[in-house]
Write a protein that binds this ligand. Structure first.
Ligand code: NAD
Length: 505
């Protein structure tokens, strides 16, 4: 395999650095690419480039329909390169290539198209007569770009989660500096190349691969960055919030989750078993919105678990580059050890290991970072595996004696990103959904994020929303302009009496 060599993208230039990251396939540990390692000085340089590009007005003053055309062209080009980029994503983070094509890259294309559409339809300006003032006046409400934005994204869906920030930021006329995770900068750097080819002006998009506490922290605390959008763990999210407080930055946070998945007693168990596996095991369970706590009605519990295990046996584990693969490796040796540690804790705390629990057997799995799909039954919601985000392929099955109890268990978590309900009585499932504290609830499905609808968390799963018709609100400042048309300031009850008081009749 040819080892690719990448630079950073700053101010429209490809910038090298003395130090480089090695990007290795999590499936084979083979070297895939080396990437320039950005430091604090590169973050500063990228922020300065983004600030200059905002100040020169080339992008901000481009009419929204023309911005939309550029973003649309980028989305088209991304779509043309979908297969190649899906392979690159499989190489950098181990996602099965079939899933990477449909979800990671496919959704990136679709979601960028949505934001191009938003640039066309968003109400950047409203005007109208002013009510409740004593003189003839008119008002304008403008939504202006905030200026330099920054995005910090994790490794699990590196391009897609970057698109949720780059899309609305650029549609609204901002400039942006993006820091990918150090494991997965490749698809984003290819995206920058595409954006450059499609005519995005220099400095509008900058990509600085680097370490979180160095480049990420600089972006979160720099006074010239007006808005920061972060996706990652709740622990780092809290840090970002503290750093952003230093200069009162606008902030969106998409953080961790511990998604409850309620199986009602009237659920179609075949559909539910498959949906549950999809909900928990997609991307080897490395998704913030995964349904990791399966709360099953007592009446169907045993039958459901039997079906779940039967279907788990059919999952094809192996080479992420093979389109027949369902399930690949986890991201790193540390992640593998962390997940195996959680599996030990589940056993130590008295849960029953019903399936998996280790590294798959065979020579194929001697290199790379593998963990079997794992199912625990007899889980109580106070066990560590039910409380902490494992971020790996571990399902915790919890038995519930009533729907009310299932809802109580579902909400008994510090998180609130996603939840799900499975049942054939749709009204009843909807009544349950109404009582769940989560930003997204899927009924009889999972993982269906939709660019036209908001995504984000209740409680410690985040702050603000990405996607949806209001996504650009998070990337604009609202300005009210009052225009008096009367020339009669004296008619104000609280006007200064600068000369002769008006005569009363
Ligand atoms: P992480 O928080 O360790 O890292 C995420 C990003 O933050 C990386 O780019 C990293 O380099 C950077 N970072 C780390 N320390 C930093 C610091 N001190 N200052 C600034 N930046 C810093 O997360 P992770 O473990 O790599 O990713 C998984 C987490 O992301 C999970 O908790 C998952 O739930 C969450 N996630 C959330 C969503 C969502 O939309 N809510 C989506 C995907 C992942």
């Amino acid at each position: 395999m040819t080892i690719r060599r990448y630079s950073m993208f700053i101010g429209g230039d490809w910038v090298d650095a003395d130090e480089r990251f090695e990007i290795r396939s999590p499936a084979t540990e083979e070297l895939v690419a080396t990437v320039a390692r950005g430091g604090r000085e590169h973050a500063d340089r990228a922020i300065a480039a983004a600030k200059a590009a905002h100040a020169d007005g080339r992008w901000r003053q481009t009419p929204p329909a023309e911005r939309a055309a550029v973003l649309g062209a980028i989305a088209d080009r991304l779509g043309e390169r979908l297969d190649e980029l899906a392979v690159l994503e499989a190489l950098e983070n181990g996602a099965p290539v079939r899933q990477a094509g449909a979800f990671q890259i496919g959704f990136s294309v679709a979601h960028l198209r949505y934001f191009a559409g938003q640039a066309r339809s968003y109400a950047f300006e409203r005007s109208g007569p002013l009510m409740g003032v004593p003189t003839l006046a008119t008002g304008l409400v403008r939504r202006e770009p905030v200026g330099v934005c920054a995005a910090i994204v994790p490794w699990n869906f590196p391009l897609l989660l970057a698109m949720w920030k780059i899309g609305p930021a650029l549609a609204a006329g901002n400039t942006i500096v993006v820091k990918p995770d150090e494991h997965t900068p490749l698809t984003l750097l290819e995206f920058a190349r595409i954006a450059q080819e499609c005519g995005l002006p220099p400095g509008v998009l900058n990509v600085v691969p680097g370490e979180g506490p160095v480049v990420g922290a600089r972006l979160a605390s720099h006074p010239d960055v007006r808005k920061i959008a972060f996706t990652g763990s709740t622990a780092v999210g809290r840090e970002i919030m503290r750093m952003a407080a230093g200069n009162v930055k606008r902030l969106t946070l998409e953080l961790g989750g511990k998604g409850p998945n309620i199986v009602l007693d009237d659920a179609d168990l075949d559909l539910t078993a498959d949906g549950t596996l999809f909900g928990c095991l997609m991307n080897q369970g490395q998704a913030c919105e995964s349904g990791t706590r399966i709360i099953v009605a007592d009446a169907v519990h045993d039958k459901f678990v039997e079906r779940l295990i039967e279907r788990t046996r059919t999952i094809t584990i192996g080479d992420p580059l093979d389109p027949a693969t369902d399930f690949g490796p986890v991201i790193s040796a540390e992640a593998q050890q962390r997940i195996l540690g959680y599996i030990d804790s589940g056993q130590a705390e008295g849960a029953t290991l019903a399936y998996g629990g280790g590294v798959p057997a065979g020579p194929r799995f001697e290199r790379g970072f593998w963990v079997e799909p794992t199912i625990f039954t007899d889980v109580r919601n106070d066990m560590t595996i039910a409380r902490e985000e494992i971020f790996g392929p571990v399902l915790a099955v919890i038995r519930s004696e009533s729907t009310d109890q299932a809802i109580r268990i579902a909400n008994d978590t510090e998180y609130g990103l996603s939840a799900g309900v499975w049942g054939t009585d749709h009204q009843r499932a909807l009544d349950v959904a109404d009582q769940l504290e989560a930003g997204t609830v899927w009924i009889n499905d999972w993982h269906m994020v939709n660019a036209a609808y908001p995504f984000g968390g209740y409680k410690q799963s985040g702050l603000g929303r990405e996607l949806g018709p209001h996504a650009l609100d998070e990337y604009t400042e609202e300005k009210f302009v009052h225009v008096d048309l009367s020339g009669r300031l004296d008619r104000r009850a609280y006007a200064l009496l600068l000369s002769t008081p008006p005569q009363r009749e």
